[in-house]
Design a protein. Structure first.
Length: 123
């Protein structure tokens, strides 16, 4: 059996200062923290549905971060990082979600539709 050469990833931070890298890290961390909270609520039965993007935060955050603000992006239901990176207020994302869950007991709410409805008209 042939021995594979050890491959290394070279970290190149050219063009990024410490403050920007810290900002990117925080943008990756925010959807992860929201994911953790929503999964806890799901396990407790306080919400009926959550499409987890656990472990995919850097993909949606990195893609969105690389785009210009005036460019359109059409996220999927597991791309919470797109919304948080575009600084969509969490109240705008979740205000209907929580209120509806409290008002309509045992009703399945499709978060994907709510997220799209609340963010499709980005100002």
């Amino acid at each position: 059996m042939a021995v594979l050469d050890k491959r290394t990833i070279e970290y190149n931070r050219t063009g990024f200062d410490d403050a920007e890298l810290l900002g990117i890290y925080k943008k990756i961390l925010k959807p992860r923290l929201i994911e953790e909270k929503m999964l806890i609520l799901l396990r407790q039965g306080k919400i009926t549905k959550w499409f987890s993007g656990w472990g995919q935060e850097a993909i949606s955050v990195g893609t969105t971060y690389a785009m210009k603000n005036e460019e359109y992006i059409f996220p999927m239901h597991r791309n919470l990082g797109v919304f948080t990176t575009r600084d969509i207020p969490l109240s705008r994302l979740f205000h209907n979600f929580k209120a509806r869950c409290q008002d309509l007991q045992k009703v399945e709410i499709d978060l994907f539709i709510l997220v799209l409805r609340n963010t499709i008209l980005l100002e």
